[in-house]
Design a protein around this ligand. Structure first.
Ligand SMILES: [Zn+2]
Length: 267
């Protein structure tokens, strides 16, 4: 894409944003790479290649080799709690605040959308803010537990029954959180613009979530380094870094005077 093609696509994408009534963003690992969190599917991500992530980050690994699981997850957790939102997260938060984004569905567990200030976030692969006891199923606030775990590497146990605590992230082989999935699907079904940001749309259920909205006539903008299977259905595709493109779209969306924007949102 040349500079003028890019500018043209940014302007036209921003125009779709301004005319849409309900915009939903679907985000994946690609939105957080600029924050220093590698995408483990990407071949050059050093951390993840050292072990087979699909094996160690699985429910059976957690159950039968918890020490191995926690040893593997420790540097990753440290990386996530230390990470800061990048301009892509911030742009989505600002779009929501300005009334141009209805919600975010994310495959990420890194909490960076909330750290950036986004309010309506559906974390379909879970998060690290809480942990659940594998014996009595009590929920535990993970804040202090994570600090201690990252510092010492000691396995976290329930203070009520001494059962092992599992962070509320969805592991391979584990059932996805049905309630969140249904709510997220309902949100995106109502969208008349879907923005895919930093997801290659290779993992279910996120990969198929935009389909009902698209079949109902929703517009689609995709910003992702790699091609996706939905590129052919997109109004605009940017094979660029989402941390570069989203701020440009934000700037263009907000370039329209406030008064006109308010009117157009009320139509
Ligand atoms: Zn317990």
């Amino acid at each position: 894409m040349t500079d003028s093609q890019l500018t043209n696509s940014i302007e036209k994408s921003a125009a779709i944003f301004r005319s849409a009534r309900r915009v939903v963003a679907l985000t994946g690992a690609g939105i957080s790479t600029r924050s220093g969190i590698p995408d483990f599917r990407s071949p050059d991500s050093g951390l993840w290649n050292k072990v087979d992530a699909m094996t160690v980050a699985s429910l059976s690994s957690f159950r039968y080799q918890p020490k191995e699981f926690f040893k593997w997850v420790r540097p990753l957790v440290k990386m996530m709690i230390d990470a800061e939102p990048n301009p892509a997260h911030t742009a989505l938060a600002e779009l929501e605040q300005a009334g141009f984004l209805h919600g975010i569905i994310t495959q990420n567990i890194d909490d960076l959308h909330r750290k950036a200030g986004s309010k309506r976030v559906y974390e379909i692969h879970g998060h690290l803010r809480e942990a659940t006891c594998t014996s009595c199923y009590r929920k535990h606030d993970a804040g202090k537990l994570i600090d201690a775990f990252v510092r010492t590497g000691a396995l976290p146990y329930c203070d009520h029954c001494l059962g092992l605590l599992k962070p509320d992230i969805i592991l391979f082989g584990e059932q996805l959180p049905t309630k969140i999935i249904c709510e997220a699907q309902a949100l995106i079904d109502e969208a008349d613009l879907v923005v895919v940001a930093g997801s290659s749309l290779e993992v279910m259920p996120a990969a198929s979530m935009p389909i009902p909205a698209l079949n109902a006539g929703a517009k689609l903008v995709i910003i992702n380094h790699e091609p996706t299977y939905l590129d052919v259905r997109a109004d605009f595709v940017f094979h660029d870094d989402v941390a570069d493109v989203l701020p440009m779209i934000l700037q263009e969306v907000l370039s329209e005077p406030q008064e006109t924007r308010r009117l157009s949102k009320n139509q």
